[in-house]
Design a protein around this ligand. Structure first.
Ligand SMILES: C[S@@+](CC[C@H](N)C(=O)[O-])C[C@H]1O[C@@H](n2cnc3c(N)ncnc32)[C@H](O)[C@@H]1O
Length: 352
């Protein structure tokens, strides 16, 4: 709708903030509104009440502007309800029964993060992920979260090396790895996702840079990372930036907190282990496998690493230094200004 509208830049940003913010803070807004709502609200009235409450409480929009504009957007008999309830929200106290309502996450998600990080770090992380995302552009122009760049740095690739990125789309880390001078085979299971890697190679003019000796090449590939058509032992390094529940990147996807299923970690943990198994097979003796996910919790973190250590002849390398910290045996970046991530590096012993 935004693309088809004739709104100016500032208005577009305001609409985006309203839609993303209201989606994120839906639970908190519903709580503020429901204190004064008698009976049920249809979809239009509910959406207007959330939008109005979000402006009043989270954007500190002057009450007359927030209420009048929101009421003006409602058609039919709902206007009176929206007007009455929003006026009471504007005058009423802002109070919540618990952190999950205040921070607007499902209870199960708050509980899982508290288990994974401890309550203090979990609440700080949940608060941070309610702030708008920051982005920073790399030297080559690719817009990337700083946490992703920290994963690229932790891979430690260098000129002339062959790096396989088994879950590469859209290619942020793969193109970052190529910037070290390494050749990167960038696989993804879905063709539509692999096309995003191709688009990024073209947009960053990576082949031209590689011809000029300023970068390694990225070779896109559509392949299931559990069974890639690559010669075992061929890679100096393998990155498994695995599909995950995404508890560390909720800020970037405002609706994700309402969509992730509570069973996602258990379901994905099996796939994550299969990808790590394949990565260990691919790496040469002395080579390194890096496992990373943008989520928290033992099921997708330490448990995956422990299974790899039990099932293969690999050693766990020391974690990278700051900004990484160690939580539950995993190198961890907590979401603050950037996304949350966990990572582990496994090394195959050199051949004797
Ligand atoms: C966390 S994202 C990767 C982000 C990417 N490394 C980057 O930095 O831009 C995970 C990716 O894994 C892909 N994927 C899921 N299952 C896979 C599988 N079995 N084999 C390979 N890729 C898979 C998804 O399509 C998704 O693009």
């Amino acid at each position: 709708m935004l693309a088809r509208s004739s709104l100016a830049g500032a208005d577009r940003r305001f609409v985006t903030e309203l839609v993303y913010g209201t989606t994120r803070m839906k639970r908190a807004c519903d709580h503020l509104v429901d204190r004064y709502l008698i009976g049920s609200a249809d979809d239009q009235v509910r959406a207007a009440l959330r939008l109005g409450a979000y402006q009043l409480v989270f954007l500190a929009t002057p009450p007359h502007a927030a209420v009048d504009a929101t009421v003006g957007a409602v058609t039919g008999g709902g206007r009176k309800v929206v007007n009455a309830v929003l006026r009471r929200v504007a005058d009423g106290p802002v109070a919540y029964p618990d952190d999950a309502t205040r921070l607007s996450y499902p209870d199960w998600l708050v509980e899982r993060l508290c288990e994974a990080l401890g309550p203090d770090r979990a609440i700080a992380a949940l608060e941070a992920m309610n702030q708008p995302a920051i982005t920073s552009a790399r030297e080559d122009g690719y817009v990337q979260d700083p946490a992703s760049q920290s994963v690229v740095d932790a891979v430690g690739a260098g000129p002339g090396e062959l790096v396989v990125d088994l879950c590469a789309a859209p290619g942020g880390k793969a193109t970052g790895l190529a910037a070290t001078g390494a050749t990167v085979v960038a696989g993804d299971r879905r063709l539509s996702r692999a096309r995003l890697v191709v688009d990024n190679i073209e947009r960053l003019q990576l082949d031209r840079r590689a011809d000029a000796g300023g970068s390694g090449r990225v070779l896109p590939m559509v392949a299931d990372g559990r069974r890639p058509a690559l010669v075992p032992g061929v890679a100096d390094r393998v990155l498994v930036d695995a599909p995950c529940s995404g508890f560390g990147s909720l800020r970037r996807r405002p609706d994700a907190r309402w969509r992730i299923e509570p069973e996602a970690p258990e379901r994905l943990s099996i796939l994550q282990s299969e990808l790590v198994d394949a990565a260990i097979e691919l790496v040469r003796p002395g080579g390194v496998v890096v496992y990373s996910v943008c989520t928290f919790g033992t099921v997708e973190g330490r448990a995956v690493v422990d299974r790899a250590l039990e099932g293969h002849d690999v050693e766990l390398l020391d974690p990278p230094g700051p900004p990484w910290q160690i939580i539950d045996g995993m190198a961890t970046l907590l979401p603050d200004r950037s996304d949350g991530m966990v990572l582990a590096r496994l090394r195959k012993p050199p051949s004797t």
